[in-house]
Design a protein around this ligand. Structure first.
Ligand code: NDP
Length: 445
């Protein structure tokens, strides 16, 4: 890594917790920037890396709510506004017991470059809480969302900060959050949250966008190699929003998904996973994935095992960060896997990414491959602002165009700097340059 970038990483490390996910994300971006920093002395002269790696603002707050037994519960809420140079802070809210400031900072940092890659006017932010939605009643979810929004609403606005969903936050939670925002502000400010239900100003295809977008990205990568998804055997980790719609689009395009998972373990179905059944278990019943095998002959459940143990051509990590490590990757390679496409944020560990690159395998980093979700969120903001509602076909077409354009930008920068097939490099450089230009253009603010 370039000396300037390295000394900054060391300074950030000295102020951050050990094994920080934020530092992992920063290193991954900075490692790609060597040639850019060398040919552009302004980056150091204007302290661009320092300004990009320090959040503009971080809010932490207490969230008090009452459970069904009348007991007062206390959680911690976060919102990090990392960069607003390209537009209002934009990025989801995560409700999961593992959430802490470092997790939100890493997600918000990644979001800056992802949002830049879309070419749309959106800055980078992220938020969430250590609240665990699992096993909570609908009333408890609503009361938590209301309490969370009561603390957060001061900081939001359709031109300031626009949250959406992430792990544990879907259209139900967005509905409760929007309702409380409307109650507190007395404003029907539709564009302040995205991922709303379609009848409440949400965009068609938003629900599907991240998963569909990852598959469109994979399709572009394969097309470049004169290949396609037809008959490819795939494994998809997770069974939430991203995983479900990634699996659906894979199936639509002729691939076969043989394994999915949740945090309790994996299911393997050699005949192809029945996605309607998984959706019904996870979205309607809010149940556990092991119940799939009771209803589907020929499938098996493997408690606490990951999907990477199953033979496949392509792997799609769509659950959470650092879920695919070097050992998992070696198993995948032994079983003939040819590539990894990230639907989740930073799901592949740096060691595993290194092996993928050494072996020149297909690898689509999340900040490019999963940008479809935020891209359609920005399209939702556009529809809200113009009081329009576009058709499924129209939004899906725009999503495909955006994913193809992100793919081409990655390829362009990877080839320009003689790193063909290195989508990590291409995505980091393409995302960074747009942000760096804006930071410089605004002067010292
Ligand atoms: P969901 O909450 O809908 O689903 C998450 C899935 O991952 C569930 O199956 C969950 O299992 C599993 N999971 C979560 N945490 C863990 C863990 N620690 N170990 C094992 N499995 C886990 O979330 P999303 O689908 O929305 O998000 C998935 C990933 O995609 C995240 O990395 C998110 O940041 C990223 N992403 C999401 C976008 C979106 O539009 N929603 C946009 C871009 C990126 P269980 O049900 O057992 O908890």
């Amino acid at each position: 890594m370039n000396n300037y970038a390295q000394s900054l990483v060391e300074r950030l490390e000295s102020r951050t917790e050990p094994k920080s996910l934020f530092i992992q994300a920063v290193k991954e971006v900075f490692e790609s920037l060597d040639p850019i920093i060398s040919e552009n002395p302004d980056i150091e002269a204007y302290s661009i890396l320092e300004r990009i790696s320090e959040p503009e603002r971080q809010v932490m707050f207490r969230v008090c709510w009452t459970d069904d037994n009348g007991k007062v519960q206390v959680n911690r809420g976060y919102r990090v506004g990392f960069s607003s140079v390209l537009g209002p802070y934009k990025g989801g809210l995560r409700f999961h017991p593992t959430v802490r400031l470092d997790v939100i900072k890493f997600l918000a940092f990644e979001q800056i470059f992802k949002n830049s890659l879309t070419g749309l006017s959106i800055g980078g932010g992220k938020g969430g809480s250590d609240f665990n939605p699992k096993g909570k009643s609908d009333g408890e979810i609503m009361r938590f969302c209301q309490a969370f929004m009561s603390e957060l609403y001061h900081f939001l606005g359709e031109n300031t900060d626009v949250p959406a969903g992430d792990i544990g936050v879907g259209s139900r939670e967005i509905g409760y959050l929007f309702g409380q925002y409307k109650r507190l502000t007395k404003r029907f400010e539709q564009g302040v949250l995205t991922g709303k239900q379609v009848g409440l100003g949400g965009s068609l295809v938003r629900k599907e966008a991240t998963g569909f977008g990852a598959v469109y990205f994979a399709q572009e990568m394969l097309k470049k190699k004169k290949d396609s998804l037809q008959d490819k055997v795939c494994v998809v980790s997770g069974s939430g929003n991203v995983a479900l719609y990634c699996a659906k689009k894979l199936k639509d395009l002729g691939a076969k998904v043989v394994a999915m998972s949740d945090s309790s373990g994996s299911i393997h179905d050699p005949n192809g996973v029945d996605l309607d059944l998984v959706r019904s278990i996870k979205e309607v019943e809010r149940g556990r994935i092991d119940s799939y095998t009771v209803r589907r002959h020929g499938s098996k459940f493997f408690p606490e095992k990951k999907v990477w143990q199953f033979k496949c051509d392509l792997a799609f990590p769509c659950a959470t960060q650092n879920e695919l490590n070097q050992e998992d990757l070696e198993t995948l390679i032994e079983n003939g896997c040819k590539g990894v496409v990230e639907g989740a944020n930073m799901p592949t560990t740096p060691e595993a990414v290194h092996v993928l690159q050494e072996k020149d395998m297909l690898f689509a980093p999340g900040k490019a491959a999963n940008a479809g979700g935020v891209a359609v969120s920005a399209l939702e903001m556009q529809q809200n602002a113009s009081l329009q509602s576009w058709s499924f076909r129209e939004v899906d077409k725009r999503l495909q165009e955006i994913m193809a354009s992100i793919h081409d930008d990655c390829v362009h920068f990877a080839e320009k700097y003689h790193r063909p097939n290195n989508y990590v490099f291409g995505a980091n450089v393409a995302g960074f340059l747009r942000v760096a230009d804006a930071v410089k253009a605004y002067g010292v603010i």
